[in-house]
Write a protein that binds this ligand. Structure first.
Ligand SMILES: [Cu+2]
Length: 109
């Protein structure tokens, strides 16, 4: 019971902080928020796509989404990867919408 409660609280915190980061009070954000969920991710950059359209991350467990693994993620904007290079330890946000992943934020930690 206690761990379930923890998951619920964590999920709520993630949702709130995602709104804080991305919240732009325009009409399009409402449709975006409808089916989209945001997750915190921590891991290490393995490789960057030349055009910075995707990043390979060796990521830790993402509670409620997937276990730890190495995989490619599309990025929302090439600027998300500015200043990052393979080997960097990072943390950031992944948006999941309609089964598609997108890294919306990634910073060295
Ligand atoms: Cu994964």
């Amino acid at each position: 019971m206690r761990s379930l409660l923890h998951v619920l609280i964590t999920s709520a915190a993630v949702a709130v902080s995602a709104l804080g980061c991305q919240g732009q009070p325009d009409s399009s954000s409402q449709t975006q928020a409808a089916g989209a969920k945001a997750y915190d991710v921590r891991g290490t950059v393995v490789a960057l796509d030349a055009g910075k359209k995707s990043v390979t991350l060796d990521h830790e467990d993402i509670p409620g989404l997937m276990r730890a693994m190495t995989m490619d993620f599309p990025v929302a904007d090439p600027a998300v990867l500015d200043g990052l290079k393979p080997g960097d330890a990072v943390r950031g946000k992944i948006r999941v919408e309609g089964g598609a992943y997108s890294v919306t934020n990634l910073k060295k930690r």
